[in-house]
Design a protein around this ligand. Structure first.
Ligand SMILES: Nc1nc2c(ncn2[C@@H]2O[C@H](COP(=O)(O)OP(=O)(O)OP(=O)(O)O)[C@@H](O)[C@H]2O)c(=O)[nH]1
Ligand SMILES: [Mg+2]
Length: 302
């Protein structure tokens, strides 16, 4: 089933009502309209933050929850409780969440062009982000193996589209990082053509996990990337990495950086895309992210 095509059709119909079941999984209505923020602290979830609003009316609360939480298919917004929100995220767990642990993973192939990628109907998640943000480390953490994807202190380690088959049923895709100014010219040019080609043509892409380094303040290149994905109706989940670094770059802490990033992102989305905090060092967010991926995958699969 072509989820993207399905969603595109649905979201092109403007609606001020709560989203329908099928239109819930992603927030693709980029720049559709700017929802005025009711919450001064985007990091908080609905239940915590709602108490800060003076006597919210039901409609205000519903609108607020819609802009803050990621409510998956099969969940009625009115039935969402705090326990249903994954810790360190805005993601509500719904009935499509299922088996999420990774039992086996095998490297399948590296491709230099989108059309060389594996040709089967298995769903896949692409891992995208700036060079050195921790893409390969996140993959290793998710699969609980040290060296499935090669990591390096030197940016630009991953140069190809790398497919890893998980539990013989779905793919994780490690992509070259963007924003690596020191890459050879050829490598930089290739990124925009072949990676963009991959995003625009990959029909089995369930979602992009866009990794954002929580140890540094918001970077324009990340905002530009999120903007490009949004404009092209490519579903994404923000995965904040390196949340173990207590003191981030330029003296700002990860939680401040995350909050500032979200404030900037919120201006462009009617509903906030799913986001989650992770650390490949401590394992923070790993099981939660896998559960989130399982509900996206199972919904896509049906
Ligand atoms: N403290 C901390 N360091 C991390 C984390 N994730 C990655 N790193 C470190 O960041 C550096 C880059 O990690 P990689 O996983 O190779 O990054 P990448 O995004 O795959 O990089 P490219 O393939 O070059 O684009 C390595 O030194 C990692 O050890 C994390 O969660 N916490
Ligand atoms: Mg890498």
């Amino acid at each position: 089933m072509l989820l993207r095509g399905r969603l595109f059709t649905l979201l092109s119909i403007p609606s001020l009502h709560l989203p329908s079941l099928k239109s819930l999984p992603y927030n693709l209505s980029f720049n559709y309209f700017t929802q005025k923020s009711l919450n001064p602290n985007p990091k908080s979830n609905f239940h915590i933050s709602a108490s800060k609003i003076t006597k919210p009316s039901i409609s205000d609360s519903a609108r607020f929850a819609r802009t803050v939480l990621f409510v998956p298919p099969g969940v009625d917004l009115d039935e969402v409780t705090e326990e249903m929100v994954l810790p360190g995220s805005n993601i509500v767990v719904g009935p499509y969440a299922g088996h999420s642990q990774i039992k086996e993973v095998e490297f399948v192939k590296s491709s230099s062009r989108a059309r060389d990628c594996p040709r089967d109907d298995r769903p896949e998640f692409a891992i995208l982000g700036r060079s050195n943000v921790g893409k390969s480390s996140l993959i290793n953490a998710l699969v609980r193996k040290k060296e499935v994807a090669l990591t390096s202190k030197k940016p630009g380690k991953t140069q190809l589209i790398n497919h890893f088959l998980v539990n013989k049923s779905w793919y994780i895709v490690d992509l070259p990082g963007y924003g690596f100014a020191k890459a050879p010219d050829s490598a930089r040019t290739d990124w925009s053509s072949f990676t963009k080609g991959y995003f625009l043509n990959r029909e089995t892409l369930v979602a992009v996990l866009l990794l954002i380094d929580a140890s540094v303040p918001p970077q324009k290149i990340d905002l530009d990337c999120a903007s490009w994905l949004g404009r092209n109706n490519i579903p994404l989940t923000f995965v904040f990495t390196k949340c173990d670094k207590m003191k981030g770059g330029k003296g700002t802490r990860p939680d401040e950086n995350i909050r500032n990033f979200q404030e900037l992102i919120r201006q462009n989305y009617r509903e906030h895309p799913p986001w989650i905090m992770t650390s490949s060092v401590t394992g923070l967010g790993r099981d939660e992210l896998l559960l989130h991926m399982s509900q996206l995958r199972n919904y896509w699969d049906q």
